[in-house]
Write a protein that binds this ligand. Structure first.
Ligand code: ADP
Ligand code: MG
Length: 256
């Protein structure tokens, strides 16, 4: 799906305590694009993602997804739109420890009362795609962090969302698990033409995107387009982080 953002803004708090989390942001995400949102902590990445995903409303501006201005939808319509079209991966995976892997993964389909047969088909397809069939009957609390995040990705993708939102999806992962997850996200982006918008402060994670938009203090600062070479793109991202300042790129080079 194509996302067109026009002059959105968002404040938190009132009067002299007001925080201008997003001041004025306009951008376009193409259908099937894998877009990164970067910027130092507090830049407004999560706020931006929450507005694109209808979890929060902007104070001003429009967000048009395939010709529908989602800011104009009523709460109930937004919920329906979100359930039918969107998937989410967060830093804290938010899996339910009382359920096993399969029960967690199929949850979005169970909630939308899908047919048993469809649920089984989609479940088998996702587990196969992400190569985690053997985890099906495991309890979630027995899994490694990396496994948990990939299970969370399977859950986010099971209802074939047209847009996948990811907020710091590698934030809790070691570099090996992060690499596996990012490769899967790329695979899904290519295979299913899922549009992906991913917020991260980590240059290695961002280097998997096709394009990265940098925000600072609630405004767009710049963007960098992947030249078709991930190592080169990584360098460009690091350089841009240096230009912006306030990023923690020193940790990044140690981790990866
Ligand atoms: N619910 C909230 N209430 C008050 N301030 C908030 C809230 N959410 C975010 N903020 C503030 O908005 C700014 C942007 O935050 P956020 O979008 O979380 O940044 P990022 O994800 O880039 O770290 C920060 O100054 C943050 O403190
Ligand atoms: Mg954030």
């Amino acid at each position: 799906m194509q996302i067109v953002v026009k002059n959105i803004s968002k404040d938190y708090g009132k009067k002299k305590n007001a925080v201008h989390a997003i001041k004025d942001i306009s951008l376009e995400v193409e259908h099937g694009e894998f877009l990164g949102i970067m910027g130092p902590s507090g830049a407004g990445k999560t706020t931006l993602l929450n507005m694109l995903s209808t979890n929060e409303r902007p104070d001003h501006g429009q967000i048009i997804i395939d010709d529908i201005d989602i800011t104009q939808l009523h709460d109930r319509e937004q919920t329906k739109f979100r359930r039918n079209k969107m998937g989410f991966i967060y830093q804290s995976f938010e899996l339910l420890d009382s359920l096993n892997v399969k029960e967690n993964v199929i949850l979005p389909l169970a909630l939308s009362r899908s047919h048993k047969k469809l649920i089984e088909e989609r479940f088998n397809y996702m587990m196969n795609l992400l190569n985690i069939e053997k985890l099906s009957q495991r309890n979630v609390d027995e899994l490694s962090l990396g496994q948990r995040q990939i299970v969370a990705a399977a859950r986010a993708l099971i209802n074939s969302p047209e847009i996948l939102f990811a907020d710091e999806p590698t934030g809790s992962l070691d570099s090996k698990s992060a690499t596996i997850l990012l490769n899967y996200m790329q695979l899904v982006n290519q295979r299913e033409k899922t549009t992906i918008v991913m917020a991260t402060h980590d240059a290695f994670t961002a280097s998997y995107c096709q394009r990265v938009v940098f925000i600072k203090d609630g405004l767009i600062f710049s963007e960098v387009v992947n030249p078709g070479n991930r190592d080169k793109f990584f360098e460009q991202i690091i350089n841009m982080q240096r230009t912006i300042g306030g990023g923690n790129y020193f940790n990044v080079s140690q981790d990866y």
